[in-house]
Design a protein around this ligand. Structure first.
Ligand code: BG6
Ligand code: MG
Length: 208
């Protein structure tokens, strides 16, 4: 049976996971918090609002509703500053060849990203036209590790979950894909993405 591909975006197609980290770190450093890369693993794949809840809970910090909204706004402004400088050159190694291979061989391709900025990023890097469906943070109610986004993306391309392969760099994303009954290929560190079916460092290792 032909497999179809569901792509996470940040940290899989482009290194925007780094930009999310730098933006959160800047925001919370003003509160005297030193955000580590290890802690940041908890924020990957998770919606902006949920990320802030995770940080506030972990550091026992309280914000008024207005401060909460302002913090989200500030974090996103800093993130978009990085995004606005992106070009096609920022596509991670091996991704473009993989997308071309998938298209040429009839595999459907969907984006399944928690980010509300996903469409802007795809436009900046010139990849929008490769995707048969784009599901982002504006279309889902439950953030990863809930499987909702992967079910929605599979449905949008007319694929059943068992015929979908998910590409993910986040612990929450790997869990979401597995909960959806899909094969999950982790992109990154095998000691972090322990629930993935296999883990590769980049798409270069997935040469067909
Ligand atoms: C995910 C990232 O893709 O999008 C998370 O992995 C991020 O780290 C989430 O919090 C939400 O992104 P945005 O762009 O809507 O703030
Ligand atoms: Mg990601």
């Amino acid at each position: 049976m032909l497999k179809h591909f569901l792509f996470d975006l940040d940290g899989v197609i482009v290194d925007t996971a780094r930009f999310h980290f730098l933006s959160w770190r800047k925001l919370v450093s003003a509160w005297g918090i030193d955000l580590t890369e290890e802690f940041n693993e908890k924020l990957k794949g998770v919606s902006r609002t949920e990320c802030l809840h995770i940080i506030l809970n972990a550091y026992h910090k309280k914000l008024s509703n207005e401060e909460f909204e302002q913090a989200l706004h500030q974090k996103n402004e800093d993130f978009l500053y990085y995004v606005n400088q992106m070009t096609e050159a920022d596509i991670l190694e091996g991704v473009l060849d993989f997308l071309k291979f998938a298209k040429a061989n009839g595999h459907k391709i969907a984006l399944a990203s928690s980010s509300k900025n996903a469409k802007i990023i795809l436009e900046k890097i010139g990849l929008t036209h490769y995707f048969d469906a784009i599901i982002d943070g504006n279309q889902i109610t439950n953030t990863k590790p809930d499987p909702e986004i992967f079910f929605t993306a599979a449905k949008a391309i007319g694929a059943s979950p068992e015929n979908c392969v998910v590409f993910e760099d986040a612990i929450a994303g790997v869990e979401a894909g597995k909960s959806a009954g899909m094969e999950v290929i982790g992109i990154g560190d095998a000691s972090i993405l322990t629930k993935a079916d296999i883990v590769v460092k980049s798409f270069l290792e997935l040469k067909s």
